[in-house]
Design a protein around this ligand. Structure first.
Ligand code: ADP
Ligand code: MG
Length: 368
């Protein structure tokens, strides 16, 4: 999603008044009748329709005339109301790049007055979750009338409350800064979601840390319910931060045990996929394998010697072929990268390989 915050600056007081009137109207109407918007907005100099047209142009409201002439907020319109409220409150002053997109949210960087970068999460409980949520009493309590605005706001309220509480209890979570409508403001978590991390150095430590978080949470009566490699952030020092709390349930929930087991299982499954190098117990070593194969340590040293020379050559830019290629465009050299490496192998290496192959062939014949 492209987020043009510049539009914020162009919106007048009247624009926001009318936008808020549409929001207010949506408490009772899925599509708010145009004259109802006018009534609620009570613009001093009139002209509600003109304002609505402007909001429509910026895609902040949606026009629907199937049953009657009416309007509803778009996601963007709701985003702007929340952002405007938080900016007015001085929580942040600018909105930057998109950091992530989840199942039911979008995350952006925001900047504060003193230059600190924070993160905002805009909840988007759309039509799919709308259906699913009907059965989740945690979200909707006893309200009979609800809509996506209400649900998204409730998700944000819950997420903020739990993030704050977990932080106070010493759990590794983002610092909960503030919230408004469907928007949660929190500290920026360094690093990446676990799912994007290629290699974990301290595999066992990270695994233990994560599992112990699940246990500690249960000890304070909570289950995350969506604890997996997408909702665990890990930084360069392999410090773990958990995120994403709208679906937390209590350990007294009737399905608590199932949710707990599922969280644990997700983590175990993820870590099981990645054997850790340091935990491998060797039953044999390279030299023994070598000795049995007929390919000697001396042969290996020869290869290392040649490849090392090759590496040194390409590092110092001595490779004449590579220098020739450097004149071609970037795109081209990228495309021919593989061929280039092959060609830059010194002849001696290729010769050695051929000899090696012949040698192995002889050994094979000899043994059979
Ligand atoms: P959803 O509920 O939609 O899954 P998440 O809270 O999991 O949303 O956030 C989605 C993604 O956004 C995360 O996987 C992560 O990449 C990024 N993200 C969320 N919160 C932060 C944060 N505080 N700092 C940095 N990145 C974040
Ligand atoms: Mg998530």
């Amino acid at each position: 999603m492209k987020f043009d915050v510049n539009v914020l600056q162009y919106l007048s007081k009247d624009d926001f008044r009318v936008l808020t009137a549409v929001e207010l109207g949506m408490k009772t109407h899925e599509i708010v009748p145009a004259d109802r918007v006018d009534q609620l907005a009570r613009l001093k100099r009139g002209g509600c329709y003109k304002v609505l047209k402007n909001l429509l142009r910026h895609k902040l409201v949606h026009h629907d005339s199937t049953k009657y002439d009416g309007f509803r907020l778009t996601n963007l319109g709701y985003d702007f109301l929340a952002i405007k409220a938080l900016v007015n409150r001085g929580v942040f002053v600018s909105v930057g790049r998109q950091l992530g997109v989840g199942k039911e949210s979008v995350i952006f960087e925001v900047g504060t007055e003193d230059g600190t970068i924070l993160a905002i999460k805009l909840h988007r409980l759309g039509k799919t979750s709308f259906r699913a949520v009907k059965s989740k009493r945690d979200y909707v309590e006893n309200r009979t009338h609800f809509n996506w605005l209400y649900l998204s706001r409730l998700a944000a309220k819950k997420e903020y409350a739990f993030m704050k509480k977990l932080g106070e209890e010493g759990f590794p979570v983002p610092n909960a800064v503030d919230w408004n409508r469907h928007c949660v403001v929190m500290s920026l978590v360094p690093g990446y979601p676990l799912v994007q991390v290629k290699e974990i150095q301290n595999h066992d430590v990270v695994f233990e840390t994560i599992i112990s978080q699940i246990i500690h949470m249960a000890e304070v009566g909570l289950i995350h319910c969506d604890f997996n490699e997408f909702n665990i952030m890990i930084d360069d020092n392999e410090k773990v931060t958990m995120i994403d709390f709208p679906q937390i349930v209590s350990t007294s929930h009737r399905n608590a045990e199932m949710y707990f087991d599922r969280d644990v299982e997700c983590i175990i499954k993820f870590f099981r996929k990645r054997p850790s190098f340091s935990s491998i117990e060797k039953s044999s070593d390279y030299d023994k394998v070598l000795a049995a194969s007929g390919f000697t340590r001396k042969d290996q040293e020869e290869i290392e010697k040649i490849t090392q020379t090759n590496e040194l050559n390409s590092e110092s830019g001595n490779d004449s072929e590579a220098t020739d290629e450097s004149e071609s465009s970037d795109d081209e050299s990228e495309a021919t990268g593989e061929a280039l490496n092959e060609r830059s192998l010194p002849d001696a290496y290729i010769e050695a390989s051929i000899n090696e192959m012949e040698l192995l062939h002889v050994v094979d014949q000899h043994e059979s």
